[in-house]
Design a protein around this ligand. Structure first.
Ligand code: PFF
Length: 451
């Protein structure tokens, strides 16, 4: 048995975990959800969801990982017993990471394609009519979507292959500060645009008429996805954390960083959209159609578009790494495989699983029903299954286990070690016992259409 790897420093862990949290969910999904659900009022509710539900679950995940010093399946085996039903929570995490990464990588691949187009100056000068069909062509072209998806998976495998401190931590230390700097440059630029005031009003104004109870549930689901909770990514990263490092303090830093990036993204995207008189559209078209159209008309378009799409790739890469790390660590811990073999094999399986998602738009090549399920295409089915069911279910299991089943002394000990925030212990436990399970059950009732 080889010795378990650990992070080189607490800041390395914080950057890697923040890298997992900051991803396509922040830059692409949060802005349009905010626009759709009443701006400021949605933001307020989202903040409450992060603080009262997301943060407690994050602390619980990291704490389980660190106390068990193992990835999800092994962690529940060692804390609850080998034959315990709780081990299913670990299995669910491993399955979720396979499912999410398989389609996440397709979207990340699209970002790579746009980065390539931007660097080579091919978005510039096309004009709105020229930029618009670019996404359709990519989405419908099976070979292109597939090639970019495979390239992105190759990059992800290469980082995880390097190990915890020499791969994941090293790259997070490079990519995360780069991402922050790029974000601030783009924010500075957005600030100088005419549409900035309109964007601030759109994002932070209280448009209560647009807000419904569904918006509150969307906020909760988004908090889960954005903070990378419910599939054992934080648990796995927690298992590489040193005994003396503060879990509560780190979780607060990670959540604040993730939320700040989501808010800044909105203040980068919407001024661009409004300054060119475009509609704040929803879904993939916001980032892959509206934004490129606006960017391509701006002075300095090549640089701005390259910055924006490279930022998207960086954000997606650090999140994808955390998902592949979950499956890789499963093979290492449970099957005793060497890291390199585990990373490559898990990565290849995910890459193959992503093929139907990459082909989902390819109706030109394949009948669309070939890759469909649940009346949605394969891509949308995977997204629906993972964000509405698998992540919240995993989060529920983690919260219930930590609050009601875990050994009290062990829990208390790990919460306190290295932390000056011991006054939060009681509150944390209270939220985990009652509020978190109720909130997650509401998400389920919403998913089955009962509320
Ligand atoms: N948090 C990532 C994002 O916002 O894009 C997505 C994600 C990563 C979800 C890792 C779940 C996960 F375990």
């Amino acid at each position: 048995m080889t010795k378990r790897s650990h992070w080189n420093s607490r800041i390395g862990f914080v950057l890697a975990a923040a890298g997992s949290a900051v991803g396509l969910g922040n830059i692409w999904r949060f802005p349009y959800l905010t626009g759709e659900n009443g701006g400021g009022i949605f933001v307020l509710i989202y903040l409450a969801c992060v603080a009262l539900v997301g943060l407690p679950v994050m602390v619980a995940e990291i704490l389980i990982g660190r106390s068990a010093q193992s990835s999800p399946v092994g962690a529940f085996k060692s804390l609850a017993g080998h034959t315990s039903k709780w081990v299913w929570v670990g299995w669910l995490g491993v399955c979720s990471s396979f499912v999410i990464l398989s389609y996440y990588s397709v979207v990340a691949g699209w970002s790579l394609h746009y980065t390539w187009l931007s660097v080579t100056g091919r978005l510039v000068g096309l004009g709105p009519e020229g930029v618009k069909p670019v996404f359709g062509e990519l989405y419908q072209s099976a070979p292109m979507s597939l090639a970019w998806h495979l390239l992105f998976m190759g990059l992800t495998i290469a980082v995880v292959f390097g190990g915890v401190s020499k791969g994941v931590e090293r790259w997070s230390r490079i990519l995360m500060p780069a991402l922050l700097i790029m974000m601030l440059v783009l924010l500075g630029h957005a600030f100088s645009l005419d549409g900035f005031t309109q964007a601030v009003h759109f994002v932070f104004g209280f448009h209560a008429d647009k807000f419904t109870s569904i918006g509150a549930l969307e906020a909760l689901g988004q908090a889960f996805f954005s903070l990378s909770l419910g599939m054992g990514a934080m648990l796995t990263y927690g298992s590489y954390l040193h005994r003396e490092d503060d879990i509560m303090g780190s979780s607060i830093t990670i959540s604040v960083l993730d939320t700040a990036i989501a808010l800044i993204s909105s203040l980068v995207l919407f001024p661009i959209i409004f300054s060119y008189g475009m509609e704040p559209s929803t879904g993939p078209s916001l980032v892959f159609i509206s934004v490129p159209i606006a960017l391509s008309q701006m002075p300095g378009a090549t640089i701005l578009a390259t910055l924006f799409f490279a930022l998207l790739v960086f954000a997606a890469l650090t999140s994808a790494i955390s998902m592949l790390e979950v499956t890789t660590s499963y093979f290492i811990d449970e099957r005793g495989w060497q890291r390199r073999r585990a990373a490559v094999l898990a990565g290849v399986v995910v890459a193959i699983m992503g093929i139907p998602s990459a082909l989902s738009g390819g109706t030109r090549y394949f009948g669309s029903d070939l890759v469909s399920l649940l009346n949605k295409n394969w891509f949308d089915s995977m997204d629906y299954l993972a964000s509405n069911w698998m992540l919240p279910l995993g989060g529920l299991g983690i919260a219930l286990f930590t609050a009601w089943r875990m050994d009290e002394a062990l829990r208390y000990d790990h919460f306190l070690s290295g932390s000056r925030l011991r006054i939060f212990y009681k509150w944390w436990l209270l939220l985990l016992k009652f509020l978190v399970p109720v909130a997650i059950l509401l998400v389920f009732l919403h998913a089955v259409g009962l509320i």
